[in-house]
Design a protein around this ligand. Structure first.
Ligand SMILES: [Fe+2]
Length: 354
């Protein structure tokens, strides 16, 4: 039976399809703007320059120093350039770091923001911004943070390396999985989450086999949008807590950590969230959701073990106590022994156990 729920849609304008980056200029125009600053990371400078040319007389410059975790010093440098160039809007092109910078600049200035993602992180459709000052991270959620428009142009994702695509996709799938059992989930978000999982489960093996497979890439981008919306609408639980603890304590790579933890976190929650688990299994077309996710990751040639991405063996106890100390809400309450066992399996890369 349906439980009572609250549903609140975030307003956003999405343009989806190959080649549609050419519509960026019209979107900036629709904002009533004529001086867009293009944002990117150092590795996407060439894509930023192409976008700058496409924007024509509506672009005033490029800032290509976006960095991981949105450091405030980088945001301040971008804000200075905005002032110097009299920018009236920002267009970000890249992964989560660049879109984070776009959100920070838009929040500081009130300028409209067009986001053009090139990975599957999903940040472009959430109103969440994480920033770092002197290494300390703060996260805020405000409606003004949500980009005003998004272009999903599949052609921009074709060159994303297959292993990175797989890790980024599994990271996005984690948002959908946690949305399915979130305390503030609802039936609409669950539809999106399940469809997002299905899209990625279809897309990722195809992309790893043939990185330029347009249909696989299109499904992955569709999945990224859906999983991003699921992330934007709900609060995350055990899986994210563990990943934040591991990332913070041992500086492990973000997407890979999420990819490794996901099957284990889901296995832990099987007893407490049977409906969510059944939907994950249905989306993946498997009997058992947790081992299905583990098998998917194994087939994609991503790391399966925390020890393979730099976690020290003596970190298991430390991470388990940190996760228990200040836990996020989770369908199954956390206990130290079970979490230690979960982390030990993830450390070794052994199959998930409930
Ligand atoms: Fe996440």
């Amino acid at each position: 039976m349906l439980k009572p729920f609250t549903y609140r849609a975030l307003p956003h304008h999405v343009v989806f399809g190959p080649g549609r980056i050419t519509e960026a200029r019209d979107i900036v125009h629709s904002f009533g703007c004529s001086n867009a600053l293009v944002l990117s990371g150092p590795n996407q400078r060439a894509a930023a320059e192409r976008l700058y040319r496409l924007l024509g007389e509506r672009a005033v410059g490029i800032f290509s120093d976006a960095a991981m975790h949105t450091p405030v010093e980088v945001t301040e440098a971008a804000l200075e350039l905005c002032e110097e160039l009299v920018a009236d809007s920002v267009v970000s092109i890249g992964g989560g770091s660049t879109i984070g910078l776009g959100k920070a600049v838009a929040l500081n200035t009130g300028m409209p923001h067009l986001a053009i993602p090139t990975t599957y992180a999903g940040s472009e459709v959430t109103s969440v911004l994480g920033q770092t000052r002197d290494g300390a991270k703060t996260t805020e959620r405000r409606d003004e943070i949500l980009p005003n428009a998004v272009i999903y142009d599949v052609e921009l994702t074709l060159s994303l390396p297959p292993r990175l695509s797989a890790a980024s996709g599994l990271n996005a799938m984690a948002h959908a999985v946690e949305a399915l059992y979130a305390k503030d989930g609802n039936p609409i978000v669950s539809l999106m989450a399940e469809e997002g999982l299905r899209a990625f489960a279809d897309a990722l093996p195809r992309i790893v086999a043939a990185p330029h497979d347009l249909e696989g890439r299109t499904n992955a981008q569709y999945g990224a949008w859906l999983c991003g919306m699921a992330l934007g609408a709900t609060s995350m639980a055990l899986h994210h807590k563990l990943c934040h603890v591991l990332g913070g304590a041992f500086d492990l790579p973000h997407a890979e950590t999420h990819a490794i933890i996901l099957p284990h976190a889901l296995a832990f929650n099987v007893v407490a969230a049977p409906e969510a688990v059944a939907r994950v299994a249905r989306a993946l077309d498997v009997e058992d959701a947790a081992s299905g996710l583990y098998a998917l990751a194994a087939s994609l040639d991503v790391p399966l073990a925390l020890k393979a991405i730099g976690m020290p063996a003596d970190g298991i106890d430390q991470a388990a106590s940190l996760a228990i100390k200040d836990p996020y809400w989770n369908p199954r309450p956390l206990d130290l022994d079970a979490i230690r066992g979960l982390l030990a399996r993830a450390y070794e890369g052994s199959p998930p156990e409930g």
